[in-house]
Design a protein around this ligand. Structure first.
Ligand SMILES: [Mn+2]
Length: 358
Protein backbone atom coordinates (compact mmCIF):
# COMPACT_ATOMS: atom_id res chain seq x y z
CA UNK A 1 0.00 0.00 0.00
CA UNK A 2 1.28 3.45 -0.87
CA UNK A 3 0.00 6.45 1.07
CA UNK A 4 -0.42 9.61 -1.02
CA UNK A 5 -1.85 13.12 -0.81
CA UNK A 6 -3.80 15.07 -3.39
CA UNK A 7 -1.93 18.12 -4.64
CA UNK A 8 -3.08 20.77 -7.14
CA UNK A 9 0.23 22.04 -8.39
CA UNK A 10 2.64 24.90 -7.84
CA UNK A 11 0.89 28.25 -7.63
CA UNK A 12 -2.48 26.55 -7.58
CA UNK A 13 -2.21 24.70 -4.30
CA UNK A 14 -1.30 26.74 -1.21
CA UNK A 15 0.31 23.64 0.33
CA UNK A 16 4.02 23.36 -0.51
CA UNK A 17 5.37 19.95 -1.52
CA UNK A 18 7.82 20.27 1.37
CA UNK A 19 4.92 20.11 3.84
CA UNK A 20 3.50 17.03 2.13
CA UNK A 21 6.90 15.36 2.36
CA UNK A 22 6.80 15.96 6.13
CA UNK A 23 3.58 13.96 6.60
CA UNK A 24 4.53 10.55 8.03
CA UNK A 25 4.55 7.69 5.50
CA UNK A 26 3.45 9.87 2.58
CA UNK A 27 5.22 8.47 -0.47
CA UNK A 28 3.85 10.78 -3.10
CA UNK A 29 1.01 12.80 -4.49
CA UNK A 30 -2.03 12.24 -6.61
CA UNK A 31 -1.33 14.96 -9.12
CA UNK A 32 -3.06 16.84 -11.88
CA UNK A 33 -2.35 19.25 -14.71
CA UNK A 34 -5.56 21.20 -14.55
CA UNK A 35 -4.57 23.75 -17.17
CA UNK A 36 -5.85 21.29 -19.76
CA UNK A 37 -9.56 21.11 -20.50
CA UNK A 38 -11.25 17.73 -20.90
CA UNK A 39 -10.44 16.34 -24.33
CA UNK A 40 -7.07 18.07 -24.75
CA UNK A 41 -3.82 16.12 -25.04
CA UNK A 42 -1.44 16.63 -22.12
CA UNK A 43 1.90 17.38 -23.77
CA UNK A 44 4.80 15.12 -22.93
CA UNK A 45 7.31 17.86 -22.15
CA UNK A 46 4.92 19.51 -19.67
CA UNK A 47 4.34 16.15 -17.96
CA UNK A 48 8.10 15.54 -17.82
CA UNK A 49 8.72 18.91 -16.13
CA UNK A 50 5.88 18.34 -13.71
CA UNK A 51 7.10 14.90 -12.63
CA UNK A 52 10.64 16.21 -12.28
CA UNK A 53 9.40 19.03 -10.07
CA UNK A 54 7.51 16.67 -7.75
CA UNK A 55 10.39 14.19 -7.65
CA UNK A 56 12.74 17.01 -6.65
CA UNK A 57 10.76 17.23 -3.39
CA UNK A 58 11.48 13.52 -2.92
CA UNK A 59 7.87 12.61 -3.64
CA UNK A 60 6.49 10.22 -6.25
CA UNK A 61 3.78 10.96 -8.75
CA UNK A 62 2.41 7.63 -9.90
CA UNK A 63 -1.26 8.57 -9.80
CA UNK A 64 -3.01 11.30 -11.76
CA UNK A 65 -6.39 12.55 -10.64
CA UNK A 66 -8.06 13.19 -12.93
CA UNK A 67 -7.81 13.01 -16.68
CA UNK A 68 -11.34 14.16 -17.37
CA UNK A 69 -13.53 12.55 -20.00
CA UNK A 70 -14.92 14.96 -22.58
CA UNK A 71 -18.68 15.46 -22.40
CA UNK A 72 -19.06 14.35 -26.06
CA UNK A 73 -17.77 10.90 -25.08
CA UNK A 74 -20.35 10.60 -22.32
CA UNK A 75 -23.03 11.89 -24.68
CA UNK A 76 -21.94 9.49 -27.43
CA UNK A 77 -21.63 12.23 -30.08
CA UNK A 78 -19.78 11.56 -33.35
CA UNK A 79 -16.97 13.87 -32.23
CA UNK A 80 -16.14 11.39 -29.44
CA UNK A 81 -13.64 9.47 -31.57
CA UNK A 82 -11.36 12.47 -31.75
CA UNK A 83 -11.50 12.91 -27.99
CA UNK A 84 -10.89 9.22 -27.37
CA UNK A 85 -7.79 9.47 -29.60
CA UNK A 86 -6.62 12.40 -27.51
CA UNK A 87 -7.27 10.46 -24.30
CA UNK A 88 -5.14 7.59 -25.61
CA UNK A 89 -2.34 10.01 -26.39
CA UNK A 90 -2.49 11.51 -22.90
CA UNK A 91 -2.34 7.98 -21.42
CA UNK A 92 0.77 7.22 -23.51
CA UNK A 93 2.43 10.50 -22.53
CA UNK A 94 1.75 9.95 -18.84
CA UNK A 95 2.96 6.34 -18.95
CA UNK A 96 6.31 7.47 -20.38
CA UNK A 97 6.91 9.45 -17.21
CA UNK A 98 6.06 6.80 -14.67
CA UNK A 99 2.34 7.26 -14.12
CA UNK A 100 0.73 3.95 -13.17
CA UNK A 101 -2.86 4.90 -12.38
CA UNK A 102 -5.20 7.44 -13.94
CA UNK A 103 -8.37 8.31 -12.07
CA UNK A 104 -11.38 9.60 -13.98
CA UNK A 105 -15.13 9.71 -13.57
CA UNK A 106 -18.12 9.25 -15.82
CA UNK A 107 -20.53 11.72 -14.22
CA UNK A 108 -22.51 13.80 -16.72
CA UNK A 109 -21.95 17.57 -16.44
CA UNK A 110 -21.35 17.78 -12.71
CA UNK A 111 -18.51 16.19 -10.86
CA UNK A 112 -18.94 15.96 -7.05
CA UNK A 113 -21.57 18.29 -5.66
CA UNK A 114 -22.33 19.91 -2.29
CA UNK A 115 -24.83 22.54 -1.23
CA UNK A 116 -22.37 24.13 1.24
CA UNK A 117 -18.59 24.03 1.08
CA UNK A 118 -18.04 25.36 4.58
CA UNK A 119 -20.81 24.26 6.90
CA UNK A 120 -19.90 24.80 10.52
CA UNK A 121 -19.74 21.68 12.65
CA UNK A 122 -21.44 22.90 15.85
CA UNK A 123 -19.62 20.41 18.09
CA UNK A 124 -16.16 21.88 17.52
CA UNK A 125 -16.43 25.05 15.40
CA UNK A 126 -14.59 23.58 12.41
CA UNK A 127 -16.32 23.34 9.04
CA UNK A 128 -16.68 20.83 6.25
CA UNK A 129 -18.48 20.08 2.99
CA UNK A 130 -22.20 19.57 3.42
CA UNK A 131 -25.03 18.27 1.25
CA UNK A 132 -28.77 18.66 1.63
CA UNK A 133 -31.00 17.35 -1.15
CA UNK A 134 -33.92 19.50 0.02
CA UNK A 135 -31.82 22.59 -0.48
CA UNK A 136 -30.66 21.39 -3.87
CA UNK A 137 -34.24 20.84 -5.03
CA UNK A 138 -34.82 24.57 -4.65
CA UNK A 139 -31.84 25.44 -6.83
CA UNK A 140 -31.14 25.47 -10.56
CA UNK A 141 -27.90 23.97 -11.89
CA UNK A 142 -26.73 27.50 -12.67
CA UNK A 143 -27.31 28.57 -9.07
CA UNK A 144 -25.24 25.73 -7.63
CA UNK A 145 -22.42 26.49 -10.06
CA UNK A 146 -22.38 30.15 -9.03
CA UNK A 147 -22.54 29.36 -5.34
CA UNK A 148 -19.74 26.81 -5.59
CA UNK A 149 -17.53 29.21 -7.52
CA UNK A 150 -18.23 32.07 -5.08
CA UNK A 151 -17.58 30.24 -1.82
CA UNK A 152 -14.49 28.52 -2.94
CA UNK A 153 -12.00 31.18 -4.02
CA UNK A 154 -10.02 28.39 -5.67
CA UNK A 155 -10.58 26.42 -8.84
CA UNK A 156 -12.19 23.20 -7.76
CA UNK A 157 -11.65 19.87 -9.47
CA UNK A 158 -14.66 19.10 -11.61
CA UNK A 159 -15.81 22.71 -11.49
CA UNK A 160 -13.46 24.13 -14.08
CA UNK A 161 -15.07 27.24 -15.60
CA UNK A 162 -14.76 26.09 -19.22
CA UNK A 163 -16.61 22.87 -18.46
CA UNK A 164 -19.52 24.77 -17.01
CA UNK A 165 -19.68 27.70 -19.41
CA UNK A 166 -22.25 26.12 -21.67
CA UNK A 167 -24.18 24.40 -18.92
CA UNK A 168 -27.66 24.93 -20.37
CA UNK A 169 -26.74 23.54 -23.77
CA UNK A 170 -25.11 20.40 -22.32
CA UNK A 171 -27.95 19.82 -19.84
CA UNK A 172 -30.34 19.89 -22.79
CA UNK A 173 -28.29 17.33 -24.73
CA UNK A 174 -28.61 14.88 -21.83
CA UNK A 175 -32.38 14.91 -22.02
CA UNK A 176 -32.09 12.20 -24.69
CA UNK A 177 -29.51 10.08 -22.85
CA UNK A 178 -30.90 7.22 -20.77
CA UNK A 179 -28.88 5.29 -18.19
CA UNK A 180 -28.64 2.42 -20.69
CA UNK A 181 -27.34 4.78 -23.36
CA UNK A 182 -24.80 6.24 -20.95
CA UNK A 183 -23.59 2.73 -20.17
CA UNK A 184 -23.20 2.00 -23.89
CA UNK A 185 -21.16 5.17 -24.23
CA UNK A 186 -19.06 4.12 -21.25
CA UNK A 187 -18.37 0.76 -22.91
CA UNK A 188 -17.38 2.47 -26.15
CA UNK A 189 -14.94 4.69 -24.24
CA UNK A 190 -13.37 1.77 -22.35
CA UNK A 191 -13.05 -0.33 -25.49
CA UNK A 192 -11.27 2.62 -27.05
CA UNK A 193 -8.78 3.34 -24.28
CA UNK A 194 -8.18 0.12 -22.30
CA UNK A 195 -6.05 -1.60 -24.99
CA UNK A 196 -3.73 1.43 -24.95
CA UNK A 197 -3.60 1.31 -21.14
CA UNK A 198 -2.67 -2.37 -21.26
CA UNK A 199 0.01 -1.67 -23.84
CA UNK A 200 1.72 1.00 -21.74
CA UNK A 201 1.06 -0.44 -18.27
CA UNK A 202 -1.43 2.10 -16.94
CA UNK A 203 -4.57 1.30 -14.96
CA UNK A 204 -7.66 3.45 -15.40
CA UNK A 205 -9.63 3.81 -12.19
CA UNK A 206 -13.14 5.18 -12.26
CA UNK A 207 -14.20 7.33 -9.32
CA UNK A 208 -17.80 6.82 -8.17
CA UNK A 209 -20.59 9.37 -8.43
CA UNK A 210 -20.67 11.85 -5.57
CA UNK A 211 -23.20 11.94 -3.99
CA UNK A 212 -24.13 8.36 -4.79
CA UNK A 213 -27.38 9.02 -6.66
CA UNK A 214 -28.56 10.91 -9.75
CA UNK A 215 -28.90 14.70 -9.50
CA UNK A 216 -30.83 17.26 -11.58
CA UNK A 217 -32.43 14.43 -13.56
CA UNK A 218 -29.08 13.57 -15.19
CA UNK A 219 -28.28 9.89 -15.69
CA UNK A 220 -25.61 8.46 -13.37
CA UNK A 221 -24.39 4.88 -13.38
CA UNK A 222 -21.40 4.61 -10.99
CA UNK A 223 -22.79 4.54 -7.47
CA UNK A 224 -23.79 1.04 -6.36
CA UNK A 225 -21.97 -2.27 -6.01
CA UNK A 226 -24.01 -3.73 -8.87
CA UNK A 227 -23.12 -0.82 -11.15
CA UNK A 228 -19.43 -1.11 -10.29
CA UNK A 229 -19.60 -4.81 -11.16
CA UNK A 230 -21.25 -3.98 -14.47
CA UNK A 231 -18.46 -1.51 -15.23
CA UNK A 232 -15.55 -3.82 -14.45
CA UNK A 233 -17.28 -6.46 -16.56
CA UNK A 234 -17.64 -4.09 -19.56
CA UNK A 235 -14.00 -4.75 -20.42
CA UNK A 236 -12.43 -7.65 -18.58
CA UNK A 237 -8.96 -6.31 -17.86
CA UNK A 238 -7.04 -5.27 -14.73
CA UNK A 239 -6.48 -1.98 -16.56
CA UNK A 240 -10.22 -1.36 -16.26
CA UNK A 241 -10.28 -0.78 -12.54
CA UNK A 242 -11.83 1.23 -9.74
CA UNK A 243 -10.94 4.06 -7.41
CA UNK A 244 -13.26 3.30 -4.51
CA UNK A 245 -14.06 6.50 -2.64
CA UNK A 246 -15.53 5.57 0.72
CA UNK A 247 -17.08 8.98 1.24
CA UNK A 248 -18.71 9.19 -2.20
CA UNK A 249 -20.23 5.72 -2.10
CA UNK A 250 -20.80 6.10 1.61
CA UNK A 251 -23.08 9.10 1.12
CA UNK A 252 -25.75 6.45 0.56
CA UNK A 253 -26.07 4.33 3.73
CA UNK A 254 -27.36 1.46 1.58
CA UNK A 255 -23.86 1.00 0.14
CA UNK A 256 -21.85 -1.51 2.15
CA UNK A 257 -18.37 -0.03 1.71
CA UNK A 258 -16.52 -2.84 3.45
CA UNK A 259 -18.18 -5.43 1.21
CA UNK A 260 -17.46 -3.31 -1.88
CA UNK A 261 -13.76 -3.03 -1.01
CA UNK A 262 -13.44 -6.75 -0.28
CA UNK A 263 -15.29 -7.71 -3.44
CA UNK A 264 -13.40 -5.60 -5.94
CA UNK A 265 -9.96 -5.89 -4.40
CA UNK A 266 -10.66 -9.61 -4.29
CA UNK A 267 -11.26 -9.45 -8.04
CA UNK A 268 -8.00 -7.55 -8.55
CA UNK A 269 -9.84 -4.46 -9.75
CA UNK A 270 -9.07 -1.93 -7.05
CA UNK A 271 -6.27 0.36 -8.21
CA UNK A 272 -6.68 2.99 -5.53
CA UNK A 273 -8.84 4.13 -2.67
CA UNK A 274 -9.93 7.44 -1.21
CA UNK A 275 -10.63 6.95 2.45
CA UNK A 276 -12.75 9.37 4.44
CA UNK A 277 -15.70 9.48 6.78
CA UNK A 278 -19.28 10.75 6.38
CA UNK A 279 -21.82 11.82 8.98
CA UNK A 280 -25.46 11.17 8.10
CA UNK A 281 -27.83 13.94 9.14
CA UNK A 282 -31.03 12.67 7.54
CA UNK A 283 -32.46 11.46 4.25
CA UNK A 284 -29.97 12.54 1.56
CA UNK A 285 -28.40 14.97 3.97
CA UNK A 286 -24.86 14.54 5.20
CA UNK A 287 -21.68 16.33 6.05
CA UNK A 288 -18.08 15.29 5.95
CA UNK A 289 -16.39 14.36 9.21
CA UNK A 290 -12.88 13.87 10.47
CA UNK A 291 -11.42 10.51 9.48
CA UNK A 292 -11.88 9.14 13.03
CA UNK A 293 -14.56 6.41 12.98
CA UNK A 294 -16.65 7.71 15.88
CA UNK A 295 -16.88 11.19 14.34
CA UNK A 296 -18.91 9.80 11.43
CA UNK A 297 -20.89 6.80 10.29
CA UNK A 298 -18.25 4.78 8.48
CA UNK A 299 -16.09 2.25 10.29
CA UNK A 300 -12.54 3.15 9.32
CA UNK A 301 -11.09 0.11 11.09
CA UNK A 302 -13.28 -2.26 9.05
CA UNK A 303 -12.47 -0.31 5.88
CA UNK A 304 -8.72 -0.61 6.44
CA UNK A 305 -9.13 -4.23 7.52
CA UNK A 306 -10.95 -5.02 4.27
CA UNK A 307 -8.02 -3.57 2.34
CA UNK A 308 -5.44 -5.32 4.49
CA UNK A 309 -7.08 -8.76 4.41
CA UNK A 310 -7.55 -8.71 0.66
CA UNK A 311 -3.88 -7.83 0.17
CA UNK A 312 -4.35 -4.30 -1.16
CA UNK A 313 -1.15 -3.08 -2.82
CA UNK A 314 -2.51 -0.01 -4.61
CA UNK A 315 -2.55 3.67 -3.74
CA UNK A 316 -4.52 5.24 -0.97
CA UNK A 317 -5.08 8.76 0.22
CA UNK A 318 -7.10 10.58 2.82
CA UNK A 319 -9.95 12.37 1.11
CA UNK A 320 -11.63 15.65 1.94
CA UNK A 321 -10.84 17.01 5.35
CA UNK A 322 -12.53 19.57 7.53
CA UNK A 323 -11.13 23.07 7.80
CA UNK A 324 -9.58 23.25 11.25
CA UNK A 325 -7.22 25.53 13.18
CA UNK A 326 -8.39 28.51 11.07
CA UNK A 327 -6.64 27.21 8.00
CA UNK A 328 -7.50 29.04 4.77
CA UNK A 329 -7.46 26.81 1.73
CA UNK A 330 -9.34 24.95 -0.93
CA UNK A 331 -12.57 23.54 0.51
CA UNK A 332 -12.02 19.94 1.53
CA UNK A 333 -8.32 20.08 0.68
CA UNK A 334 -6.62 21.77 3.59
CA UNK A 335 -3.37 20.45 4.98
CA UNK A 336 -4.16 19.93 8.65
CA UNK A 337 -7.16 17.64 8.73
CA UNK A 338 -5.98 15.54 5.81
CA UNK A 339 -2.59 15.11 7.51
CA UNK A 340 -4.41 14.01 10.67
CA UNK A 341 -6.35 11.62 8.43
CA UNK A 342 -3.12 10.06 7.17
CA UNK A 343 -1.73 9.72 10.68
CA UNK A 344 -4.90 7.92 11.74
CA UNK A 345 -4.97 5.62 8.72
CA UNK A 346 -1.27 4.87 9.29
CA UNK A 347 -2.09 3.83 12.85
CA UNK A 348 -4.86 1.52 11.76
CA UNK A 349 -2.63 -0.01 9.09
CA UNK A 350 0.27 -0.58 11.44
CA UNK A 351 -2.01 -2.27 13.96
CA UNK A 352 -3.48 -4.49 11.25
CA UNK A 353 -0.08 -5.38 9.84
CA UNK A 354 1.54 -6.20 13.18
CA UNK A 355 -1.58 -7.95 14.45
CA UNK A 356 -1.70 -10.00 11.25
CA UNK A 357 1.85 -11.25 11.77
CA UNK A 358 1.11 -12.62 15.24
MN1 LIG B 1 -12.98 10.73 -3.70
Amino acid sequence: MKMTFRWYGEGNDPIPLKYIKQIPNCSGIMGVLDQYAAGEVWPEDVIADYVKHVNAADLEVEVIESVNVHEDIKLGLPSRDRYIDNYRQTVRNLAKHGIKVIIYNFMPVFDWLRTDLAREIPEDGSNSLYYDEQELLGMTPQMIVERTAETSGFTLPGWEPERLADLDRVMKLYEDVSQAQLLDNFKYFLEGVIPTCEEVGVRLAVHPDDPAWPIFGLPRIVHTKEQLQTIVDLVDSPANSLCVCTGSLGSNPANDIVDILRTFNGQGRLACAHVRNVKYLGERRFREASHFSDDGDLDMYEIMRALYETGFDGYIRPDHGRMIWDEKGRAGYGLYDRALGIAYLNGLWEALTKGGKR
